[in-house]
Design a protein around this ligand. Structure first.
Ligand code: SF4
Length: 192
């Protein structure tokens, strides 16, 4: 993992978790330098059964790599509103920026409530995520909340390949689409 921005070793960090595969690399990598609390908040995931499956996989990961986890609920209506009209955007486009902003905004708000001074996300483990965009959005949301967003590119240093190896070894569920209905349709090549 490559940390790109300012940070203090040993800092308490609220780490946004989108799924167990990305967390399988991102959590231990962050734990090498910070005191990590995970935060699962993903109103983008469709359908509800898939959301439950990914949350369950994250709890299973906790059995192997212990870390405290907060779970954020709700947000589906806000998510629908945030991405309305952007359904046809490609991955890494404007829909993804709105989706990531909503999740990082809630992460920052939750960090503030918990008295945690910094936050980050494991989203950049995925090669399908634009780390520059994720870090810019995180920085903006950090400034808005008055908290430090720790900028990172977790796919550097082979983060993605390592996450595949870890989940395979532990038998942790790996999804095959990003999460929202448009990404599921794209995966299945279903016309809108
Ligand atoms: S493709 Fe992924 S990041 Fe983009 S809007 Fe859908 S769930 Fe969010």
């Amino acid at each position: 993992m490559k940390i790109l921005g300012p940070c203090r070793d040993g800092e308490d960090v609220l780490l946004h978790i989108c799924c167990a595969p990305d967390a399988s690399y991102g959590v231990p990598a962050m734990q090498e330098r910070f005191r990590v609390t995970g935060f699962f908040f993903n109103p983008n995931i469709h359908p509800g059964e898939e959301h439950a499956r990914r949350l369950h996989a994250t709890h299973r990961l906790q059995d192997f790599l212990p870390f405290p986890l907060e779970v954020g609920g709700g947000g589906e209506k806000e998510w629908d509103e945030a991405v309305r009209g952007l359904e046809g955007e490609p991955e890494k486009g404007r829909r993804c920026e709105a989706c990531i902003r909503l999740r990082l905004r809630r992460t920052a708000e939750t960090a503030k409530t918990l008295g945690i001074p910094a936050f980050c996300t494991v989203l950049t483990v995925s090669p399908k995520k634009d780390a520059a965009m994720v870090n810019r959005v995180g920085r903006e949301e950090g400034e808005r909340a008055g908290l430090l967003f720790i900028e990172a590119d977790m796919k550097k240093c082979d983060g993605f390949r390592k996450s595949v190896e870890i989940t395979k070894k532990l038998g942790i569920y790996r999804q095959n689409y990003c999460g929202c209905l448009p990404s599921l349709r794209y995966r299945k090549q279903i016309p809108r």
